[in-house]
Design a protein around this ligand. Structure first.
Ligand code: ADP
Ligand code: ZN
Length: 723
């Protein structure tokens, strides 16, 4: 080899870097694009991915060597393109996107080198509280690796090592990762109705076309969409491809997982944030080597290192849980469509209440539109009635009107199940002092504290701050004058217990129980062990409660009051989904909605079951003002710990905003919640017609803007959160 030239690898690292860094490839190493390697940077080593190779590069003494190549299938070209395109779309450094792929560093460890620790039964000779915590965790029975065990006990790994040296922990070799079973494509398919069969045929054809075709699969709740898209999954699996089934919320969907398992006679791989590290490694590796053929996952499953993805099904595609706001803000539904376009495979978007974005894409002919109009075995959605709250006065401290109470009484008396829906966690959203008028606010945020009575504290829903509910007002010192104002789900449960003393009440709210416990309650509700369910939006998500015949919506106006341009659309979806929980079994369902605005077009549309009419009107409004999907939006959010410094920075950014004719920069304005975690927040909103490259506009605008000190700048393309 010519001594003056070297083989170089450009390696992308999982850090906030715009592009890859160059490294020399040592003589004994052969690399290909997509290979996972370890490389030095500063005093550390990182796992990175080979982005490009140069064979005859000029030697530079400054460059460092690649350390090793991992024994792992290379990242596919499709996946690398996905990382690049996503970074480009969201105006985000590529390395930050790669970090979302490399979420399971343990997957790179040599399996045979892995050891785990387990309590030996011998006590430690020098017990400390830290050591005790480790032994407590270790005696739960699972063998855990040192980092995992230390993490669970909240101590450093040195404590684990010390206990092992003493013999209080014993070392066990970890068994190799268990492979996933291959699915049996003909295992558990139901006999489809004629309409379902026709829909399945269309979806199968889309999959068989092996093109980047997007299908909006639009069918009322309970029409059997799941059964039908299982058929499309079987078709994709038959061609040897992997299939991803995305769900908005996976931790609670044990019932759903078992349906997938029954259909394909194999447990699918699952991916979500609440997994043990070892299971993460198992799934990550199995997706990389192709062993995991079906993955059911939350939004981040898109970033798994797919070997050969051939179909993505996005269930409940309208769900806002697909949008991530922290870190790299991305929308998993949109990125699923992008992945399909890059990988040239089909994507199915399934929903009973499709987003306006997807409906408009279907109208424009960009998406195929497959409909399933009948409820399986039942032709209609539940009937929805309105209760005019202006004419149905409430008793003080009560939130259920007489018609609602009467209907629930009758439902329970008939031996059926009823659901009360209120989208507000906690006991009361406000706490005021009756002596001086003081409001209990968060010390870190411009927001009031929410009382959580079960946990006996006041909590901020923005930063997590908690404090015990005080006896005396912190402002005037008078005791026993703090009063809760307004209802939350716990307060509603209190009223329900008073009004329906014989009811077996279940409360479903994400903050009241952890995953496993909630899963148990959901299962018991489905079995009919409870007859009155009180829930937040958690209950709206896809659960199948066959004994539920009545749904009462306590406050339908809540979501309409927000400044969110999608407020109406969201309320529509939420109401239809919640009402759709009823009547999924033998008996028909019914819903009653409490509202102060019964004449509001949305309430009228609910009452008349007129989805098309309501959405047509929403489309018209959005089109007239150029809001998505008829125009583009991007938010630029600036925050800093010093109010004056933050405002100066914001004004400086405003002064360099380009004045494009088509593009409008709205703001700067203080964010509606203008302080979060002690940081002062400002927002710009960039609004542009669809054909404008809004990303290029933002890049141009902010290219010389450098936030310093405590200042931070976030770009949110296609924002869903306006707070
Ligand atoms: P969706 O996903 O549209 O809400 P599901 O697929 O969950 O609807 O179906 C609702 C219920 O109807 C489920 O319990 C499902 O097993 C049942 N079901 C759907 N299609 C059929 C069928 N062809 N034969 C028997 N049961 C069916
Ligand atoms: Zn707070």
């Amino acid at each position: 080899m010519n001594p003056d030239s070297t083989r170089l690898a450009d390696v992308l690292l999982p850090l906030a870097l715009e592009g890859p860094y160059s490294y020399r490839i040592p003589e004994n190493l052969t690399l290909a694009p997509g290979d996972y390697v370890s490389v030095p940077l500063g005093s550390r080593t990182y796992i990175g991915v080979v982005w490009a190779l140069h064979s005859n590069a000029p030697a530079s003494a400054k460059l460092r060597d690649v350390i090793t190549r991992y024994d792992m299938p290379a990242m596919s070209e499709t996946h690398r393109k996905f990382v690049e395109w996503l970074a480009d779309y969201y105006v985000e450094p590529k390395g930050n996107v790669l970090r979302m792929v490399l979420r399971s560093p343990g997957a790179f460890e040599e399996p045979r080198q892995q050891v785990a620790y387990r309590a030996s039964g011998h006590p430690s000779r020098r017990m400390t509280p830290q050591r005790q915590r480790v032994l407590d965790v270790a005696s739960e029975g699972f063998a855990m690796r040192s980092a995992e065990l230390a993490g669970a006990a909240g101590v450093g790994t040195s404590v684990v090592k010390a206990l092992a040296k003493e013999g209080a922990l014993e070392i066990v070799g970890l068994p190799s990762l268990k492979p996933f079973q291959a699915p049996d494509l003909n295992a558990g398919g139901l006999e489809l109705s004629r309409q379902q069969g026709a829909a399945a045929q269309e979806l199968r054809a889309a999959v068989a076309s092996r093109s980047a075709k997007v299908t909006l699969f639009d069918g009322v709740t309970g029409s059997g969409k799941t059964e039908v898209y299982f058929e499309a999954m079987a078709t994709a699996l038959a061609t040897g491809c992997q299939v991803l089934l995305l769900l908005p919320e996976i931790a609670l969907t044990a019932g759903f997982i078992s349906r997938v398992e029954t259909r394909f006679a194999a447990e699918p791989a699952q991916w979500h944030s609440d997994m043990r590290p070892r299971e993460r490694e198992r799934v990550w590796r199995s997706v990389a080597d192709g062993n995991a053929q079906i993955v059911v996952g939350a939004r981040s499953a898109l970033f798994l290192p797919w070997k050969k993805l051939g179909l993505i099904v996005v269930d409940e595609e309208h769900e806002s849980a697909y949008k991530q706001d922290e870190g790299v803000p991305y929308h998993a539904r949109d990125m699923a469509v992008l992945y399909g376009a890059i990988g040239k495979f089909p994507v199915i978007l399934s929903s009973a209440t499709p987003s306006l974005e997807s409906l408009v894409n279907a109208d424009r002919g960009r998406y195929a539109h497959v409909k399933l109009l009948d409820r399986h075995g039942r032709p209609e959605l539940p009937e929805i009635g309105l209760i005019d709250m202006r004419a149905a006065p409430l008793e003080t401290g009560a939130w259920l009107s007489a018609p609602l109470v009467d209907t629930i009484t009758a439902t329970l008396a008939a031996g059926d199940q009823a659901l009360l829906f209120l989208n507000r966690r906690g006991y009361a959203p406000l706490t005021l002092c009756r002596a001086c008028g003081h409001r209990m606010d968060c010390p870190n945020c411009a927001a009031s504290l929410v009382e959580h009575r079960f946990r006996r504290n006041l909590m901020c829903h923005h930063c997590g701050h908690m404090e015990p509910t005080p006896k005396a007002c912190p402002k005037c010192g008078v005791e026993d004058k703090l009063v809760p104002c307004g209802p939350g789900i716990e307060r509603l449960a209190e009223e329900a217990a008073r009004r329906f003393p014989d009811a077996r009440i279940a409360i479903l709210s994400s903050d009241l129980a952890r995953g496993i416990f909630l899963r148990d309650i959901i299962r018991d509700v489905a079995k009919g062990d409870y007859n009155l369910v009180i829930g937040t939006q958690l209950v709206a998500k896809g659960h199948h409660f066959p004994f539920l015949t009545f749904v009462g919506v306590v406050d339908a106006d809540l979501a309409l009051e927000s400044s969110d341009p999608r407020g109406g659309e969201r309320t529509w979806a939420l109401m239809a989904q919640v009402a759709g929980r009823s009547g999924r079994g033998e008996k028909p369902g019914r819903a009653l909605v409490q509202t102060h605005m019964p004449e509001h077009p949305l309430m009228q549309a609910l009452k008349h079951g007129d989805r098309e009419g309501y959405l047509a009107q929403e489309k018209l409004i959005r089109e007239n003002v150029g809001l998505p999907p008829y125009g583009r939006l991007a938010a630029v959010i600036i925050s800093g710990s010093d109010p004056a410094e933050t405002e100066r920075f914001v004004r400086q950014i405003a002064s360099v905003a380009p004045t494009g004719e088509a593009v409008a920069v709205l703001g700067p304005a203080q964010a509606p919640i203008h302080i979060v975690r002690g940081r002062h927040r400002w927002r710009f909103l960039v609004k542009a017609p669809r054909e404008v490259n809004i990303q290029a506009f933002i890049r141009q605008w902010l290219k010389d803007v450098k936030p310093r000190g405590s200042l931070q700048l976030h770009i949110d393309v296609d924002p869903y959160n306006f707070l």
